[in-house]
Design a protein around this ligand. Structure first.
Ligand code: WTA
Length: 680
């Protein structure tokens, strides 16, 4: 259950005054009430002139139509996809279950590939990839695929998967580094109508096993390894450990990436190149129902078990494509770079499906943005003449920390648009991004959305919407964004509340795989008839959205979404631990850092390297990105009389607002808890 809005994690979404030395933002006639609280940046006129949506009036007309006549609006928009069979009805809404474009058939890979080739664009570059290893001022490996070449590989892969027994409706796991094969495997599954489930390469063997088991995957596509910060991530080794005890997983396809020796199990494992070389570069796309499950993507919720979010083919693809147009204002000559990994939803919607459906040239980079030197990211922008860069606030904050001299060494004049996603962006980071990377020239699109929304829900339209640093601005057409109190009533402008979505939208999740009750319980039980996002937010006098962060037990660590219950259940899985409570602490770099309060089993001494062991234990159970920043031992966890852990108190203690105590020994939180009990 959500806590009160007063209890929001104190994220840095409050507008701040511009630090000295920044270009004076111009006031905008449309938004005059905002000037007191935040600088406003109108769309640069040169950008607006060439943009697809050129004015706020144009945006407002589109938005009004989407709210007043949603079915007519979406029927019109759906023409941007290629349909094998037209749909009969736009929407069937039996709250909270939606079906969109009922009766229609299409294929997502055909929409991303074949139709562009049929339109004469087979020679256009679809993917440019570079690997992490770098020597003599250049990446050691680069690969480029035109749309025609990408289609040929996707067809070979689809044929190979079919030869391994994959059929329409089967599930295929994908556990790869950021290599072209990741996109190829996803599109090959889409071509056959096999539902893919991509598992981020940073997840551990245990986390991989849980997800493959839940999805009931029949085939896994993985690699011998991937490069990250100069080291090899042992993906195949993890996969081998994960697969012990997964009888439904019959075959494993292994991409040769690093050339590391790996064990290949006869009869189960086959190398990607060997599987594909025998196959023809032609494979008919299967016509699939609009509602066919395109993918399952696991994300964290408020319990220890991750949720398999299911997305349907047509609605998802439609909104991924439209938001590419609206928010990124994609142009034919763009070199578009979204730095997300394909293992997260951003990689699904804005590395693969959205950009390819819109015939973009997409840059993929395997490794860390600051490897081998802090300027790698800016070196790529300069060498590749990147026009659109879409990244996360945590990355932006780390670039600020590294220093302006790194971007300063490079020609960034190719950039025309900058994006931010995954966490609230603090105004200081926004202003730095605008001034130093965008050189004051590029609009910034701060995009709010979720795994569950499938596509960007709130963001500026760069040629139309004046921006305010720290605000994701206005809802996109079709998105009925509201901020309400616990009774579902809209709160007055400027007041905090729960962020909900009041109408169904095409790219909304359809269910939780294998757990339809959880779908209803998780998203539709808090506020009657509305989808609850889990976020707290406020809407200012101009209708601008300020997202304040999660108000459920989900935390956002460096843009990675994690359930505190997941980390807790990993900790109690350690033999020394009796009980654990995990909270977030504001962190300058990561947004939120994980602090774990742990009580040990009677007779276990809090000695030696146990804290380090517990941190490592979490990394093994989930992945290195979930490793707690800090482990603190407590003699008992503070609880209310009814036995609920007093998380708010722990958050205060973690943030240094409570007694610091000697954190190397057992903390006595009971005194504090007793004081707090009296307060309540
Ligand atoms: C947070 C990532 C503020 C939010 C696309 C949401 C944001 C969660 C923003 C979803 C933003 C995402 N401003 N907060 N621009 N974008 N969030 O599912 O808390 O990994 O609920 O999807 O990230 O995380 P997810």
């Amino acid at each position: 259950m959500a806590r009160t809005v007063d209890d929001l994690p104190r994220m840095s979404a409050e507008p701040a005054s511009a630090p000295g030395g920044l270009p004076e933002p111009r006031q905008n006639a449309v938004i005059d009430t905002a000037s007191a609280e935040s600088p406003v940046f109108p769309p640069p006129p040169a950008f607006a002139e060439r943009a697809r949506i050129k004015s706020l009036e144009e945006y407002r007309a589109l938005y009004a139509k989407s709210m007043h006549e949603p079915e007519a609006f979406w029927a019109e928009q759906a023409k941007c996809l290629q349909w094998t069979k037209p749909f009969d009805r736009v929407l069937e809404w039996q709250a909270p279950h939606a079906q969109w474009f009922v009766g229609g058939q299409l294929n997502a890979s055909q929409n991303c590939l074949d139709r562009h080739i049929a339109d004469g664009h087979g020679g256009k570059v679809a993917l440019i990839w570079e690997g992490e290893p770098f020597a003599d001022g250049r990446p050691r490996e680069e690969r480029t695929f035109t749309y025609a070449e990408l289609l040929a590989e996707v067809c070979r892969c689809a044929n190979a998967l079919r030869a391994l027994g994959v059929k329409t409706g089967d599930r295929v796991g994908i556990y790869l580094p950021l290599v072209p094969e990741a996109a190829i495997a996803m599109l090959a599954c889409a071509r056959l109508g096999a539902t893919h489930s991509v598992i981020f390469g940073g997840f551990s063997a245990e986390a991989l096993r849980d997800r493959l088991a839940d999805a009931g995957a029949k085939v896994l596509v993985t690699a011998d390894g991937g490069w990250r910060r100069g080291a090899v991530v042992p993906l195949k080794q993890n996969a081998d450990a994960a697969l012990a005890g997964l009888p439904h997983l019959e075959r494993v396809v292994v991409v040769r990436r690093t050339g590391e020796p790996v064990s290949m199990k006869p009869g189960r494992d086959i190398y990607w190149d060997e599987a594909l070389k025998r196959e023809a570069p032609v494979c008919e796309p299967v016509a699939l129902d609009a509602e066919h499950a395109l993918f399952i993507l696991y994300t964290s919720g408020t319990t220890g078990k991750p949720k398999g979010v299911v997305h349907a083919t047509a609605g998802y693809l439609l909104q991924a494509a439209l938001t590419m147009r609206w928010v990124f204002d994609l142009r034919d000559d763009d070199v578009y770079w979204c730095t997300a990994d394909v293992g997260w939803v951003t990689g699904h919607s804005y590395v693969v499906y959205g950009p390819l459906a819109e015939r973009a040239t997409v840059l993929l980079y395997e490794g860390a943005p600051n490897w081998p030197e802090a300027d790698r990211i800016w070196d790529i922008v300069e060498r590749r003449r990147v026009t659109t860069l879409y990244t996360a606030p945590t990355a932006i904050r780390s670039f600020i920390k590294a220093g302006d001299q790194h971007p300063g060494k490079h020609d960034l004049s190719s950039l025309r648009l900058l994006g931010s996603v995954g966490e609230p962006i603090n105004p200081e980071a926004w202003l730095w991004y605008h001034r130093v990377i965008g050189e004051g020239r590029c609009p910034i699109v701060d995009t709010w959305w979720q795994t569950e929304t499938g596509a960007i829900a709130v963001a500026p339209i760069p040629g139309a919407t004046p921006t305010k640093p720290g605000s994701a601005t206005l809802p996109l057409p079709g998105m009925a964004i509201e901020v309400v109190d616990h009774d579902g009533k809209p709160v007055p402008p400027g007041s905090g509340g729960m962020l909900v979505i009041g109408k169904p939208w095409p790219a909304m999740l359809r269910t939780i795989h294998g757990d339809p009750k959880r779908y209803v319980q998780n998203y539709f039980s808090q506020i009657r008839g509305k989808y609850f996002t889990g976020d707290g937010a406020r809407i200012d006098g101009d209708g601008y959205l300020w997202v304040m962060g999660r108000i459920d037990d989900v935390i956002n660590v460096a843009g990675h979404r994690l359930g505190t219950a997941e980390v807790e259940s990993a900790l109690v899985g350690h033999p020394a631990v009796a009980e654990a409570a995990v909270v977030g602490r504001p962190d300058d770099l990561k947004g939120t850092a994980i602090v774990a309060f742990v009580t040990l089993k009677t007779g276990t001494a809090p000695a030696g390297d146990l804290k380090e062991k517990l941190r490592a234990h979490v990394a093994t159970a989930i992945g290195a990105f979930a490793r707690p920043e800090e482990v603190r031992f407590a003699d008992a966890l503070p609880k209310t009389r009814s036995g609920k852990i007093m998380r708010r108190l722990l958050r205060d203690v973690a943030a240094g607002k409570g007694p610091q105590g000697d954190t190397t020994t057992l903390e006595d939180l009971s005194v504090l808890a007793a004081l707090r009990q009296e307060e309540e």
